[in-house]
Design a protein around this ligand. Structure first.
Ligand code: UDP
Length: 399
């Protein structure tokens, strides 16, 4: 696996480490459980020489020192992989790249007919359309990768459409294999015991957000919807709290980020400082308690390629409300196992929250159905699908 952008060993939920890191770790563990061996190559600005970490049996994370400009580091990174392959005489069966930088690396590797499977995880073109960040270089490279890779894994039908719009000829090589979760970790826990463990009040209404604090997550929509809710129901003001999980709140750099400043200013402006709390990042061993303890989990993204948080919360019997931003529409059947709203439609989100707050029975029913749906996505079965794709590619590229 090539994970140039960030290490699967990085702390998740802070800076750029999020769903892709969790995906790479989950898939790698799934592959190991099926008896395979995985090496993950990643860049590190913190080491002087290649550093190999044996994470568990059959899984190595190989840190390659790269400093400064990410594009400039691509040729060196590629060369270092080739050197290690030669030095250790490794014969990989598949190269699997994650995100476009890694795609550029595999594109330039001496592959000797070894198949190349690529996951984009997110798309420059969608970022341009949804939050107006136009990265022409990235969009061009992504299209090039769609052309050159042997197989492209997408997580949802919506993602498939994005790839096809950019490169219609890709239809033959797109494979829809969604990520999974580990149901041993993400499972329903007792609501009130979880609250006790987390020092949360027994009687308050808690709304939870989990994710990177990033413009794509649409956190301002949640704040505005809650402002509307409390305006129409002022008696809730002393009894409702929004918990924001994610971000390195202990670092000064975090509070200086444009998005964080904007969220903080908005909270102050709408007079919700007493109702919204930044908790910082939490590990996946603690998250199930939060998902189980809170009344509603909201993911208000403007763009979400999959939305692992939605799936994890569903597996913990949470009542999830998510925007129609890609992934959530694939996971949630509206009204049955979660609720969907048009992205950035704060009036609609307000109405949904209001209805759910007054309707615990509905929340419970949705939560129960969500657990059932979550079992469609287990890493054990999803990893088998990836292995079967690898096998197909190996047959096709060998002669
Ligand atoms: N996450 C975490 N701790 C945090 C915040 C997030 O472990 O404090 C994890 C979360 O459980 C999920 C991933 O980060 O597995 C986020 O993935 P998602 O697909 O929801 O969003 P992305 O980061 O890909 O935009």
């Amino acid at each position: 696996m090539i994970s140039y952008w960030s290490s699967p060993l990085a702390r998740v939920g802070v800076w750029e480490a999020g769903g892709m890191n969790v995906y790479i770790s989950g898939l790698s563990q799934g592959l190991i459980d099926l008896g395979h061996k995985v090496d993950i190559y990643t860049k590190s600005p913190n080491c002087k020489e290649i550093k190999i970490t044996n994470v568990v049996k059959n899984l190595r994370v190989i840190h390659i020192p790269i400093y400064g400009n990410l594009y400039a580091g691509v040729p060196t990174f590629t060369h270092k992989i080739e050197e290690l392959i030669q030095k250790e005489n490794i014969s990989y069966d598949v190269f699997h790249s994650h995100y476009f930088y890694s795609g550029l690396i595999v594109e330039n590797l001496k592959k000797d007919h070894i198949p190349w499977v690529h996951n984009s995880h997110s798309y420059g073109i969608l970022k341009a359309k949804t939050i107006g960040i136009i990265d022409k270089k990235r969009i061009k490279y992504e299209k090039e990768i769609f052309q050159r890779a042997d197989a492209l894994i997408v997580s949802t039908y919506a993602e498939r459409e994005v790839v096809l719009e950019e490169y219609p000829k890709a239809s033959e090589k797109i494979y829809l294999i969604s990520p999974g979760i580990d149901h041993n970790i993400f499972k329903p826990l007792d609501k009130y015991k979880s609250r006790q463990k987390l020092n949360l009040s027994r009687n308050k209404i808690y709304i939870l957000f989990v994710g990177r604090i990033d413009p794509v997550k649409g956190i301002p929509s949640l704040i505005t919807a809650v402002q509307k809710l409390l305006q129409s129901e002022p008696n809730l003001k002393s009894n409702l709290e929004v918990l924001l999980i994610g971000g390195d709140i202990s670092s000064k750099k975090f509070w200086k980020q444009k998005e964080v400043k904007m969220i903080k200013d908005l909270i102050q402006k709408v007079n919700l400082s007493g109702n919204i709390r930044f908790l910082g990042s939490r590990s996946n061993t603690v998250l199930p308690y939060y998902y189980s303890a809170c009344d509603i989990v909201v993911l208000p993204s403007v763009y979400e390629s999959f939305g692992l948080v939605v799936l994890e919360a569903m597996a913990c019997r949470a009542c999830v409300v998510a925007s129609k931003a890609g992934g959530p529409e694939y996971l949630i059947q509206d009204g049955k196992n979660g609720l969907l709203f048009d992205r950035e439609n704060t009036a609609q989100l307000n109405r949904i929250l209001k209805d759910l707050i007054h309707n615990p029975g509905k929340r419970e029913k949705i939560g129960k159905n969500a657990v059932t749906r979550s079992f469609d996505f287990c890493w054990s079965t999803q990893a088998e699908k990836v292995v079967s794709l690898y096998g197909k590619m190996m047959k096709r590229t060998s002669y």
